[in-house]
Design a protein around this ligand. Structure first.
Ligand SMILES: [Zn+2]
Length: 71
């Protein structure tokens, strides 16, 4: 994967959570008491992972401080 900002080859790795949980994406961060799935533009990126870090494959450009992920 090449960086969308500078066009150089990106480093591959994983984006992961700091504690048990799951990553998702939406146009805005839902409130704590809201069901996140009802947020406009919601995309589930990972499931829950008990007893380990949630992770998703990602590419990193150190120069641009850019992380891209594919779901
Ligand atoms: Zn870059």
């Amino acid at each position: 994967m090449v960086c969308p900002k500078c066009g150089k080859e990106m480093r591959t790795g994983y984006l992961f959570s700091s504690k048990d949980g799951a990553f998702s994406f939406a146009g805005k961060v839902p409130g704590a008491l809201e069901n996140a799935k009802n947020t406009e533009g919601f995309v589930k990126l990972t499931g829950l992972k008990a007893g380990g870090r949630t992770s998703v494959g990602a590419s990193c450009c150190d120069a641009c401080r850019m992380i891209t992920i594919q779901y």
